[in-house]
Design a binder for this molecule. Structure first.
Ligand code: PMP
Length: 389
């Protein structure tokens, strides 16, 4: 039987860049202890009070079909949070609750791009981006950022592609680089979007993980609210990756259409998950800071370790749960380095090349294991790199 081109072409062919990850998982399955610094997931689980609230909501009967756009009270809570953090007037009519940020990314592109439209995104990129754009029938066009700019996108690199494009997808704080876009970067991006009438899709799922500088939502820049869709999620801010709860914030009219899309795709998010998400959000900043704290601590630890050697350079890591390490001094590609490190020391990191070609000669380290083991692994990585350099 024929399978649709839309789905069979989702990955676009070629290596998916997960070879090192898969090799590490095979080694683990065969009984070898591997230190995994690959996946973007907390080493803690969802906090007990959030789970207790989820249980309470389920036992109270919130187990039937929930309101497709999201419960009124969760939409209000998300709207209030966004308004408080950005100053942009936001009501529940600007909010659709989705089953996680990934579903929100897909829906946002469904709502903005027709089949054959060009959708822009930046390299290095989160692994699912090109497939998500292909999945809605858009033509993904990647734009490289540069290591010498610490991967801050240049508006002048985007402009040549903008005239024939429909949307631009950005992500700050950034996975995989840990870079937080500056005000100047975001103003440059906003100017390109306004000049060329682009939708801006702003993936802000790491907005509570900022170690240096501040998170600025481009929706708050002048005249940008009308052309920006913000993607948010409970996954990273509240260690709720498995609960699958996120949102899209944008102009009322497109949110109305996105609600229609939800009716015909996801049919909403379970009520008890939404109630627990609302409970978690109304705990306020203290809980979010507590969840972000281990990454803040490990980043400080990493800076100390990396300051003691010259073979590995840290891309200024201002946010998110990752470090991007420049290993070009070793003469190896990111892929060679990651494979050799796994073979020699049973430490798994992601090759920069897994996230596009702009981060060639780099590796991404997830700060997702406890401090002492993290520090030891980083020291081993550095001395391994020094041996090669
Ligand atoms: N965007 C980025 C940049 C991510 O790293 C992730 C998850 N790793 C997501 C979106 C999706 O997150 P979720 O679907 O769990 O909200």
């Amino acid at each position: 039987m024929q399978i649709s081109k839309r789905i069979s072409g989702l990955l676009g062919g070629g290596s998916d860049g997960w070879d090192v990850f898969n090799r590490a998982r095979d080694m683990i399955a065969q009984g070898t202890a591997v230190t995994e610094l690959t996946i973007g997931e907390h080493d803690i689980r969802t906090a007990a009070p959030i789970l207790q609230d989820m249980h309470r909501a389920a036992m109270a009967g919130h187990t039937g079909y929930a309101a497709v756009p999201g419960t009124t009270s969760l939409r209000d809570t998300v709207a209030a949070r966004v308004q408080k953090r950005t100053g942009v007037p936001t009501t529940r009519r600007n909010v659709l609750i989705t089953p996680g940020g990934q579903a929100a990314l897909f829906a946002a592109h469904m709502a903005t791009c027709d089949v054959g439209d060009t959708a822009l995104y930046l390299d290095p990129f989160y692994a699912t981006y090109p497939g998500t754009l292909r999945g809605v029938g858009a033509i993904p066009q990647v734009i490289r950022t540069r290591p010498e700019d610490a991967f801050q996108p240049r508006a002048s690199d985007i402009t040549p592609y903008a005239a024939s494009a429909t949307s631009l997808l950005v992500n700050s704080p950034n996975n995989p680089t840990g870079v937080v876009y500056s005000q100047a970067t975001l103003e440059g991006i906003a100017d390109v979007c306004k000049q060329h009438d682009l939708w801006l899709i702003s993936d802000e799922v790491y907005d509570t993980q900022v170690w240096e500088g501040e998170h600025i939502s481009p929706r708050a820049l002048p005249d940008m609210a009308e052309r920006t869709l913000v993607v948010g999620s409970m996954s990273k801010s509240h260690a709720m990756t498995g609960s699958r709860c996120g949102w899209i914030v944008g102009p009322e009219e497109i949110i109305t259409h996105l609600i229609n899309l939800a009716t015909h795709t996801t049919y909403g998010v379970p009520g008890y998950i939404q109630d627990a998400s609302e409970f978690a959000l109304t705990r306020g900043d203290a809980l979010e800071e507590e969840i972000a704290e281990p990454f803040r601590r490990r980043r400080a630890l990493a800076k100390q370790v990396l300051a003691q050697q010259n073979a590995v350079a840290l891309v200024p890591a201002q946010g998110a749960m990752y470090l991007m390490l420049d290993i070009r001094a070793t003469g190896r590609s990111g892929e060679e380095f990651a494979n050799d490190l796994l073979t020699a020391h049973h430490i798994a990191v992601m090759p920069g090349e897994s996230f596009g070609s702009a981060a060639a000669g780099h590796v991404r380290v997830a700060m997702t294991i406890e401090d002492a083991a993290f520090e030891a692994a980083l020291r081993t990585l550095c001395s391994f790199a020094e041996g090669l350099a």
